[in-house]
Design a protein around this ligand. Sequence first.
Ligand code: ADP
Ligand code: MG
Length: 238
Amino acid sequence: MGTVKIDDVRKSYGALEVLHGIDIDIADGEFVILVGPSGCGKSTLLRMIAGLEEISSGQIRIGGKVVNDLHPKERDIAMVFQSYALYPHMTVAKNMGFSLKLARTSPAEIDRRVRAAAQILGLENLLDRYPRALSGGQRQRVAMGRAIVRDPQVFLFDEPLSNLDAQLRVAMRTEIKALHQRLTTTIIYVTHDQIEAMTMADRIVVMNGGNIEQIGTPLELYDEPANTFVARFIGSPS
Ligand code: ADP
Ligand code: MG
């Protein structure tokens, strides 16, 4: 189950606290977007959910299980980063299957999962290509394919579209939405782009300076922003 429960989570770097008691309750299958200005703590929170960063206090549960002390590999998650360096010397298929190979999955199972993910992403005809022969959008799809083959309950995205040009970014939003509908998994997605948040999310978490200003559906934030920060950020007239 892809529920994620974040309970009074704090993070300090040395004496500096950068996240001040974060509470978020995410339902199985929900598409939740963390949005807020640069430096507000979005990536730190996502990295703590992934297990790439230790939490200073509080509790994170994924699928009902406390994961505070679990290694990233022991968590039912896969992460797609902003800088999705593909292995240049490996084909698309090899790039997508590599983490499974490291996990000693059988070659037949790797092949099956890579083909299934390629079909979902429209990469069937590109499996033998090398990254240098792919467009930006195709590369981004391969990066998502690497996450999909692992079949996680929860996908974590950190600004996956910020390196793409504006036109491609809009197209990829639609693709990621469609992907969410097909996979029926939970997605937690970080962006500083409020349009991306408003068009893609089931619910939006508006962050500012290590705190949550408001959590709500795009419509709720637009109609009833909790304060002027949210109103300005979302761009609603108030
Ligand atoms: P966002 O992703 O919203 O732009 P981050 O989560 O990257 O913000 O950063 C939140 C705050 O934590 C920032 O003030 C940043 O400078 C600080 N920070 C992030 N990582 C570290 C680190 N490894 N050491 C010290 N400070 C950090
Ligand atoms: Mg960030």
